[in-house]
Ligand binder design. Structure first.
Ligand code: BMA
Length: 850
């Protein structure tokens, strides 16, 4: 009984037809290999993206040689395994063609025993240009398939959108936050594996019925046996053990064993409990000897998407272990244009940020890729639910037999790969295609209708239905029963209204509300345009100066410079930020100030949205803003930039997603309503403290209200006409501080101004920052002599502050700590911030406003 494994990590590469081979990194991409060899400049710098479009027009080759000893030849099977090839690839072993790959999202295994020899062996992988491969497909089809985010024109392909033909990450073709880099390469691990005995290919712990009392499971074990085999199957999990006799025939087959776990420790998402994980192990045992084993970590839980029709439409809410979950989170996109650059540390930083920001759900959006194992592992461990899209976005896809067969394989492979992760809460067919099509049908979006005949349209829709109403749901039902499928986010609603980039809102299903931003509606509309589950909405900002300076020079620091426009992928995005800023904030004094102000603006927009969504619980049962992260340094909707630096938004999100939220709605200026939202499962008795301050810090009025917060509730706990609150004081230099306290602890605190932010008079302030005695530089007290808005702390170190971008009142010192970004497996490490600096809004506004 023998198993041998050799990782294939030492490769060379070249452009097909070139003489010279250069060292390559595997897993990796052509772009990053060219960069590491000094053949191209930093793709993210300046406008370099535009000069690097030649790379995808070429074919590329990767080769490796390996020495095999005698022992390899005694094996019954030797497989060459590629966990991922991007995308059209031919593989040759000792000059024999052994594999033709055509889907980035699949793993490939091929038995190459007959091609191998003792001594030196040669493996060559030739990647064909996706451009050259797919242009003829477009030509053959004879008409273009809608794919509005595809930036093929950047690659010199005017009106030739080819992204829909390749099963390759859609965002590689460019998106409205991402550059166009059509990578190719061996992007996941490659290995040679040999054996002469039974192999466990897959172990799935199917969760049949999960209750507090009992978990009824079935272990499904896929095995491949070189010959008939008899022995025992032993399943164990944290102290439990059961055995069963098995008799295998030669070839691939499946064996099953039912398992019951009494009084299981369930897996919970953040806020509802501990994300307990079990390790299940399957051993095939002969006599006393374990011939082969496989283990998986999984959590026991039931998860459902509830769609109940009611007077207002139909609900959309997740129920975990019988408990309704208000989903709080964001949309995740790939962390890099070059996926293989994302280290485990970067994944950990993203997930730790989500957890620190009090999220309980991330949506893996359909224009990226099915994420790496580590992403889901971390979500399992941190108790983050994952809404998982299949990788289709904003486009119509071909429906020829080969394409559909490819999609089917992709769906089955990825569902099987991810199904043991308890974090997976939903499989969703695609991003925005259903709603876009309905707009298209009504000639409202896309503007393609005239270009297509009725017959072409009918074919397109039939192909759509084949993929999203048949192939994908069938894969989920067959391989991951117990997790729901939703065809498209969002679905067009049943009343015939549409909501892709909706400006109108309907009471059915999930909603992408883009009235604010794309529709240029005012922020206040977030208060009224609330759906049953807000799966997308967002507002852009610039990254901080340090990040901007990684791609720009001083002379580029201007809103419409070539470089700033190259790092803004949403057409008029930069000007839109300015337009909104003119509406809501004082004028920044220069471009550097504009960066800071854009973050304040973004944070304010999303704060309003999140609070409004949460106030509308249980009508609305989820809020996922667009977007969590970036794939390169860019102006975008992200809360955390490419370097993992928190924008103002991330701090706001952390506070807006707290279990108990205090939210002041003063939209109509005549009155204020104070809401408290609690996601806790128990009731809380608290005190609402109200303090009316003059901007100079003197207290004008102060009073408290007892409040009873029901478990899992949202309610108005205080309301008053503004005139009554002010008791004759002017609204211009007065603010209301509202705090919520329970058991002597501050749960939340909010400051309310009675005039629009833009009109708040800013005064030059002296802000002091003093190290707390005996804290070893780990704690600071910040004070100001006048009201300071948007107090902004920075450090040379990478990390986060206990608070940032906050308003500070005179006489109200604030204690601040700093946590370094953990690079040793810990998330955050208390640190003494080097080069600590403090500024506030007054330092960024135009002189003539002071
Ligand atoms: C939604 C997303 C993305 C896009 C974002 C911002 O449509 O699904 O396609 O990046 O809005 O426009």
């Amino acid at each position: 009984m023998k198993h041998l494994k050799m990782n294939l990590a030492k490769w060379e590469f070249r452009s097909y037809g070139d003489e010279e081979w250069l060292p390559a990194t595997v897993p990796g991409t052509v772009h990053t290999d060219l960069l590491k060899n000094g053949k191209i400049e930093d793709p993210f710098y300046g406008t370099n993206e535009h000069n690097l479009q030649w790379i995808d027009k070429k074919d590329w080759e990767y080769q490796t040689t390996l020495q095999l000893g005698e022992e390899w030849l005694e094996l019954t099977c030797t497989e060459l395994i590629f966990e991922g090839l991007d995308t059209y690839a031919d593989v040759y072993v000792n000059n024999v063609h052994v594999l033709a790959a055509d889907n980035m999202f699949l793993a490939w295994r091929v038995d190459v025993k007959d091609q191998l020899k003792i001594g030196e062996n040669h493996i060559l992988v030739r990647f064909r240009s996706v451009v050259k491969e797919d242009l003829p497909k477009l030509e053959r089809l004879g008409y273009a398939l809608p794919a509005p985010n595809d930036q093929s024109e950047l690659g010199g392909l005017e009106e030739q959108r080819i992204s829909v033909f390749a099963r390759k990450a859609p965002y590689h073709y460019g998106w409205d936050w991402g550059p166009r880099f059509l990578t190719s390469g061996i992007w996941r691990k490659a290995a040679l594996k040999g054996r002469d005995s039974v192999q466990i290919i897959d172990l799935y712990i199917r969760q049949n019925v999960i209750t507090k009392e009992e978990a009824q499971l079935t272990a499904i074990i896929e095995v491949d046996a070189p010959a008939a085999w008899q022995g025992m199957l032993r399943m164990s999990a944290d102290g439990l053990e059961s055995m069963q006799a098995v008799s295998l025939k030669s070839g691939k087959q499946q064996i099953e064993m039912d398992i019951v776990v009494d009084q299981p420790q369930l897996w919970w998402c953040r806020g509802l409990g501990e994300p307990h994980l079990y390790t299940f192990q399957a051993d095939l045992v002969k006599g006393k000897e374990v011939e082969v084993s496989k283990s998986v970590r999984t959590g026991l839980r039931s998860i459902q998407l509830i769609r109940e029709h009611d007077a207002k439409g139909a609900s959309f809410s997740f129920v975990l272990n019988g408990v309704s979950v208000f989903a709080k989170g964001a949309n995740h996109i790939p962390n890099d244009s070059f996926i293989t650059e994302v280290t485990e540390e970067r994944y950990r930083h993203e997930i730790a940020t989500a957890a620190e920001s009090n999220m309980n759900m991330l949506r893996v959006w359909g224009g990226g890729f099915y994420e790496e194992e580590i992403f889901y592992k971390l979500c399992d461990e941190y108790g983050l639910l994952v809404w998982q899209d299949f990788m289709f976005a904003c486009s119509m896809y071909p429906g020829d037999e080969a394409f559909l067969a490819n999609v089917k394989k992709e769906a089955e492979y990825n569902v099987k790969r991810l199904r043991n992760h308890p974090c997976i809460a939903l499989w969703c067919g695609n991003n925005e295609i259903d709603s876009a099509w309905s707009q298209f049908e009504e000639n409202m979006g896309w503007g393609w209708k005239e270009k297509l005949s009725a017959e072409q349209r009918a074919t397109m829709w039939a192909d759509y239905e084949e993929i999203f109403h048949r192939i994908l749901p069938e894969a989920v039902a067959a391989f991951h029963p117990g997790v729901d499928y939703w065809p498209s986010s969002p679905m067009r609603n049943l009343t015939g209204d549409m909501n892709q980039h909706a400006t109108r809102i309907v009471g059915d299903g999930d909603v992408h509300y883009w009235g604010v931003w794309h529709g240029i509606e005012p922020f206040e509309n977030y208060n009224t345009k609330v759906g049953r589950f807000m799966s997308e909405y967002g507002f852009q900002s610039f990254p901080e100066l340090k990040t901007v300076m990684s791609y720009a020079e001083e002379q580029d620091l201007e809103l419409t410079s070539e470089v700033m426009l190259a790092h803004q992928k949403n057409g008029r995005g930069n000007l839109l930020i300015k337009e909104y800023m003119d509406m809501y904030l004082p004028q920044p004094k220069d471009f550097k100030a504009f960066l800071y102000m854009s973050q304040i603006l973004q944070a304010e927009a999303i704060r309003i949205a999140i609070e409004s969504h949460r106030r509308n619980k249980p009508y609305c049962m989820g809020t996922l803003y667009w977007q969590m992260n970036d794939c390169w340094p860019v102006a975008s909707w992200a809360g955390m930039d490419y370097n993992g630096r928190w924008k103002a938004l991330q701090y706001t999100v952390r506070s807006s997603f707290q279990d108990v939220l205090l939210s002041i709605d003063g939209t109509d200026r005549e009155r204020i309503d104070v809401h408290v939202v609690s996601d806790l499962r128990t009731a809380v008795t608290a005190d609402l403290g109200l303090k009316l301050y003059q901007f100079n810090g003197s207290v004008l009025r102060e009073w408290t209200h007892p409040v009873e917060l029901g478990a899992d509730s949202a309610a108005i706990v205080f309301s008053s006409p503004v005139t009554e609150l002010l008791e004759g004081h002017g609204s211009n230099d007065v603010l209301l501080e509202i705090s919520l306290q329970a058991n002597g602890e501050m749960i939340d605190r909010k400051v309310h101004y009675f005039i629009p932010e833009k009109e708040i008079r800013l005064q030059r302030s002296v802000i002091n920052i003093m190290e707390t005695p005996d804290s070893g530089g780990l704690s600071f007290t910040v004070t100001s002599d006048v009201l300071a808005r948007g107090v902004y702390l920075t450090s040379e170190d990478e990390g986060i502050f206990s608070d940032n971008y906050f308003d500070l009142l005179p006489g109200q010192p604030k204690t601040i700590t700093f946590s370094e970004r953990g690079n040793d497996g810990r998330d955050w490490i208390p640190g003494a911030p080097k080069g600590l600096k403090v500024q506030s809004m007054v330092d960024f506004v135009s002189e003539d406003l002071l």
